[in-house]
Structure formats: structure tokens, C-alpha cells
Write a new protein. Structure first.
Length: 205
């Protein structure tokens, strides 16, 4: 269903992303974890998750770590068993998979899907600037924000409440893991896209 992805989103390929950070300031606070979920359409024309990847990230030199943020996400950046890699290695690993999938679906660029997406995009773009990565597959400012979409579809803007309204299981004890939140965000996004399928199909007839 590669051509459907290309046609459905005007040449863009949605990639669901979640970041866990050491604070709220993308310029000063650490990026600690990144997860990405790849999507494609199945043979019945429904959007679904097809692959996922997570990287634990070492704080960049001089990064700020807010205790309140670490208490929420439960990350100990200095834990000896934490398999963290540098920002540059983490981004290259995630971006490599995204670029491969872009070729499969014949799309020109990825577009971030995230909950409160501009927060994640700000941290991603700051990390890209710090590492000097040139081949960023993501659109630099456009996003699909599931907080907005959840508000439109279900009247709920909090991820746990939007997923509950959509009939998606959500375990609060597993929340604030980048991979878990990315997967739940992906379920929410796919459900909304699939529910809007009749409207989309009527518009392109």
C-alpha cells in the first residue's frame, strides 16, 4: 500500500515520535530517550504500526537535568546498566530507518506525529543543531499533533484520556517511557486516520 501513503498525506510520511527529556527547555535541558514508530497502510487500507525503535541517550555535555522531570519519567541518566548512546548516534540510528521507509513508500519527507508535538520537535531540532546532522528526514516545522486531533475526535487532549475515549488500553505505570508513549500515540493517530477514512475517500472521488 505504498502509493496510498504517498497520496494520503500529500507526499509526507507520518512518523510517530516521543522524547523523554531532563526538562522543558530544548536549548539547555538533556534529551534522554527517543522512540519512533513507523506506519504504513495494510491491504485493507487501514493505517497501522509496522516497526518501532527506541534509543537511550546520553546527556550532551553541560546539559541541565531538572529533578522534577526525572521524577516524572523515572530515568536515572547515570545508571550503570542504562544502555545510552550519544545524541548523534541515536539520531543517526533513528533517521536511517526513517530514510529507508521513505524510499519504500515513495514519500519525499517524514512529518512528526507526537502528543503536544511542538515540544518534541523543539528538542529534536535542538539535538540536530548540536550534533550537526545534515540529513534530517523530518519537516522542520510542520507536525501532526495528537493533542489537537484527540480534542477534535474525542474531546480529550490528554493522551491517557484520549486513548481511553478511543477504547485503547493505557497503563499509567508504563507511561513516560518513550517507546510506550510513542506506541499509544501511534494507536491513537492510526485510529483517528482510519475513522476519518470515509471523509477522505469521499473528498478524492
Amino acid at each position: 500500500m505504498s502509493s496510498q501513503m504517498k497520496n494520503r498525506f500529500r507526499g509526507f510520511m507520518p512518523v510517530v515520535v516521543d522524547l523523554e527529556t531532563g526538562g522543558f527547555n530544548s536549548a539547555t535541558d538533556a534529551l534522554l530517550e527517543i522512540a519512533a514508530v513507523l506506519l504504513d497502510f495494510d491491504d485493507a487500507g487501514n493505517l497501522q504500526m509496522i516497526d518501532r525503535q527506541r534509543c537511550h541517550v546520553q546527556p550532551f555535555p553541560g546539559a541541565n537535568l531538572e529533578p522534577a522531570s526525572l521524577a516524572v519519567n523515572g530515568i536515572d541518566p547515570n545508571h550503570p546498566l542504562r544502555p545510552a548512546i550519544s545524541e548523534g548516534d541515536a539520531l543517526q540510528r533513528i533517521f536511517r530507518d526513517i530514510r529507508t521507509q521513505l524510499k519504500v513508500v515513495d514519500c519525499k519527507r517524514a512529518i512528526m506525529v507526537a502528543h503536544n508535538a511542538h515540544f518534541d520537535l523543539g528538542f529534536l531540532n535542538a539535538a540536530i543543531t548540536r550534533t550537526g546532522i545534515k540529513r534530517n528526514p523530518f519537516h522542520p516545522f510542520s507536525v501532526f499533533d495528537t493533542a489537537t486531533l484527540g480534542g477534535i475526535a474525542y474531546g480529550q487532549t490528554v493522551l491517557a484520556r484520549a486513548t481511553a475515549a478511543a477504547g485503547i488500553d493505557f497503563n499509567a505505570e508504563e507511561a513516560h517511557s518513550a517507546l510506550y508513549d510513542a506506541e499509544k500515540t501511534a494507536e491513537l493517530f492510526c485510529g483517528i486516520v482510519n475513522n476519518f477514512r470515509p471523509i477522505y475517500e469521499a473528498s478524492v472521488k
